[in-house]
Design a binder for this molecule. Structure first.
Ligand code: SF4
Length: 154
């Protein structure tokens, strides 16, 4: 089984703060099951530096960004939507190349968020919704799950 995985959860230091959120439970699942993990970081693939400013979606979620009805903005007010769209397109390209069976994504992220994202106020409040990359993958027929909802069944 070929599975795209948010790279920060595998220990890659690609988060906005230059760190990672290595997820031992996820890595155990990958090692036990017959999984080929493909690490992707849409924000790096979109040309953003690491470390970088924290970003949130303002005015909707990733589906709204794809429709042109919401924007991704950094905490200092810079519109970085084009980077997030580029990153999503690059991940979609990879998903097609490797014929991914599934994507396991990190919750909360404006790129990878799957079911829950931050609400655009930079206050730490989460709302229902998807990041830009998760939305694009879903829109193109890929199965996407949040690591929070992953229960030892791939
Ligand atoms: S964009 Fe996704 S893979 Fe990259 S740091 Fe954020 S949550 Fe992790």
């Amino acid at each position: 089984m070929i599975v795209l995985v948010s790279a920060c959860m595998l220990g890659v230091n690609c988060r906005y703060d230059g760190g990672n959120v290595r997820d031992e439970k996820l890595i155990t699942i990958i090692e036990k099951e017959n999984v080929v993990p493909i690490p992707v970081c849409p924000e790096q693939l979109g040309g953003l530096p690491t470390p970088r400013k924290k970003c949130e979606i303002v005015g909707g979620d990733g589906f709204d960004v794809l429709e042109g009805n919401a924007r991704v903005v950094s905490e200092d007010g810079v519109d970085l939507t084009e980077h997030f769209l580029k990153g999503a397109e690059e991940v979609l390209k990879i998903a097609k190349i490797v014929k991914a069976d599934l994507a396991v994504m990190r919750d909360g992220s404006p790129s990878c968020g799957c079911g829950r994202i931050y609400d655009g106020s930079f206050s730490g409040k989460k709302v229902e919704g998807y990041g830009v990359t998760s939305a694009l993958l879903i829109r193109n027929g890929f199965r996407v799950v949040s690591v929070e909802d992953l229960n030892f069944q791939l």
